[in-house]
Design a protein around this ligand. Sequence first.
Ligand SMILES: Cc1cc2nc3c(=O)[nH]c(=O)nc-3n(C[C@H](O)[C@H](O)[C@H](O)COP(=O)(O)OP(=O)(O)OC[C@H]3O[C@@H](n4cnc5c(N)ncnc54)[C@H](O)[C@@H]3O)c2cc1C
Length: 493
Amino acid sequence: MLKSGKDHLEGLRDGRVVYIGGERVADVTKHPAFAEAARVVAGMFDAKRAPENRDLFSYEENGERYAMWYLRARSQDDLRRRTRCHKAIADLTYGMMGRSPDHVSGFVTGMSTNPAAFDTEKYKFGANLLKYYEYCKAHDIFSTYAVLPPQAARNPEFYVKKNLPVPTLQVVREEDDGVVISGMKMLATSAVFCDEIWIGNLLPLAPDQVKQAITCAVKVNAPGLTLWSRQPLSMASNNRFDSPLGWCFDETDSMVMCDNVKVPWERVFVMDDAIKARAIYIETPAHCYGNHQSNVRYWSKMQLVLGLCSKVAQATGANEVPAVREVLGRMASLEALIAGLVHGQIEAAEDWPKGHKTFNRRMMYAALNWCTESYSEIIDQLRELCGGGVFQMPASVSVMNDAGIRKEFEMYWQTPQLPALERMKLMKVAWDMVGSEFAGRQQQYEKFYAGASFIVRNHSFREADWKYFDGIVEKLMASYGVPDAAAKMKAAE
Ligand SMILES: Cc1cc2nc3c(=O)[nH]c(=O)nc-3n(C[C@H](O)[C@H](O)[C@H](O)COP(=O)(O)OP(=O)(O)OC[C@H]3O[C@@H](n4cnc5c(N)ncnc54)[C@H](O)[C@@H]3O)c2cc1C
């Protein structure tokens, strides 16, 4: 089934508990903090159902159509179809929404190609995972995940000494029909717009953290679950002109609080196994499918940044200066670089797991690392091109409402390149990309969405075939020996 945007929004009115500070949000689809972004999310579901997008966003299986992000790739062409779909979804938000419906669904789909990774001697949860995949696929479920312990939970002794519960999420009880979980998990981007939250552990746990090793899926409106939103960024202004990106593309981030939330056994995927809790992302293509989407989404954003660099340089006339052209050339090469990293993952696809194809893992991690490392520098180039132009604009587009002010604005703010209003419009987009609070959150996101940089680089370390690289050095060194001093002396005589 392919859900419509209207159906998805209807599903969000399910009694979920969302707080903005001390305010309980009555309806996330109507609250001014979330309404515009909710409409954008609904638009993704509608785009998928549009007849002209049929083969871009969905595929057919046994006579039914399903979202493309649930496609299990068996060929390079399947991988290409996934990539094309990720790109089209990302383009809808210019890459501003990272946890779109094709992100966590990619994890679940990747896992479903190797369900055996979920089976242990004690628990056979592979069957649960497969059922969950089929459920998500059949109901066009939008999931996010919260797979990190809160920073507050790093010193458990502090809480134990005070006789307080350690805040990180864990199993507090097992019952015949499921487990009961309590505690916090971070940081569920998009959760307010989702149907479900995947709870898990992407960072290694200590072997004794067995009760925290729970991996499960919960509905956003599960009794006892609350979402604590960070400050929404969509209300920085009262119109899209003044806040063109933040106005409608704030995907939100929330802490997930669970107070005795019941999880039925069929939604439990890892239990009491600190090693398995992390291994499921690596022993299946989950991490690779999910983060390939992130690479593609970044590419969309890079294209907007490149366009902004060009337009801003044209607006100031600096595009004629050779040094500025060089900057633009460099930015263009970076856009092509991420495009190449995305396509390379398909060309060098891996035959893994059995019967399936997966994006090349090392190239995916290389792209992830490059994206994480480069974002600040890329944004800084745009910032430099903007100069002080972003602050020469009036506070808001309301200047157009007063005939006298408007006349002055249109006369004095125009340049040979642009009329005043067009120039202001461009500078507002540029500022939302480099300097507004929305821009600041984007920067934090690009640095941390896949974990801190040392975590990202560790993935590359793990996947590299060190034996092969060491072997190259050894082969070279074996190709020559210690010079024969006596022979040399003889030759010299
Ligand atoms: C905007 C945003 C959206 C996010 N969305 C999601 C989401 O949807 N789902 C989800 O589960 N998580 C999400 N995250 C959480 C994200 O995964 C974590 O923020 C990330 O893993 C870093 O963890 P941390 O915030 O606890 O930082 P820390 O681990 O505390 O790191 C803080 C700093 O200390 C450094 N540091 C810490 N320990 C070490 C060490 N041992 N060696 C070297 N340096 C170290 C780090 O490099 C970093 O610079 C999101 C985060 C952000 C910022």
